[in-house]
Design a binder for this molecule. Structure first.
Ligand code: 3PG
Length: 212
């Protein structure tokens, strides 16, 4: 069983959270094996497809060495389901107070999406310490994160949206950023074509870039 601190320290140590969309639950196994072989033992499996709960459940059962989160959680019902499955963290594209309240009551890590000072104020009032900044590149990327960090020194950011191996180092040079999320190593077309070797290669490349 992972506690909150261990999950957060694994995320901030790895610095990359792969954002995954699984259309066919049978892809879960080879995909997570490929990520793990590339050196990343974290996966955010998004509620963008009907089989997300099955994929999360399989991942938690068969990959106990991995941190498995539920992403694109957009309502309380999904959050409750993900928590019941045992998801290690919950991510939303926007900030939802009912999800934040639920996660607080269960002691589950919640990365709610914020891009404005008003949204961050709401997150702060609910005791959040880390927010998702999404879609990062569309909302000004690192420049906006630095501007937002000034009035909210207690807040850390997990940007996602438009991040890849060419800009991740720049993001991570900012000490307000604990990790970056992204789908560039787990693209739809790679999963659909069964090119899991490419997933491993892109994952390893991403880690090399972050740690060079
Ligand atoms: C997310 O929900 O975090 C994003 O879809 C990831 O963004 P990307 O696909 O641009 O990496």
């Amino acid at each position: 069983m992972y506690d909150k601190q261990r999950i957060l320290s694994e995320i901030s140590k790895t610095k990359i959270v792969p954002v995954i969309k699984i259309d066919d639950v049978a892809d879960t196994r080879p995909l997570l094996r490929a990520l793990s072989a590339g050196g990343i033992n974290i996966a955010e499996i998004t509620y963008r497809t009907a089989c997300a709960p099955d994929a999360i459940s399989l991942a938690l059962k068969e990959f106990p060495q991995m941190i498995i989160g539920a992403g694109t959680v957009i309502n309380l019902v999904q959050a409750e389901q993900a928590a019941a499955l045992g998801a290690h963290f919950i991510v939303s594209p926007g900030f939802d107070e009912s999800i934040a309240g639920f996660c607080n009551s269960k002691g589950i890590i919640y990365f709610g999406g914020c891009v404005t000072p008003t949204e961050i104020m709401k997150a702060v009032s609910m005791g959040q310490e880390i927010i998702k900044f999404f879609p990062s590149e569309s909302f000004g990327g690192l420049k906006t994160i630095k501007a937002l960090a000034a009035p909210f020194p207690q807040i850390k950011f997990m940007p996602t949206g438009g991040i890849n191996k060419d800009n991740i180092r720049e993001y991570l040079s900012c000490n307000k950023i604990i990790a970056c999320g992204g789908s560039w190593m787990v693209k739809d077309e790679l999963i659909k074509s069964g090119d899991f070797a490419a997933v491993t290669r892109l994952t390893a490349e991403a880690l090399l870039e972050v740690n060079r």
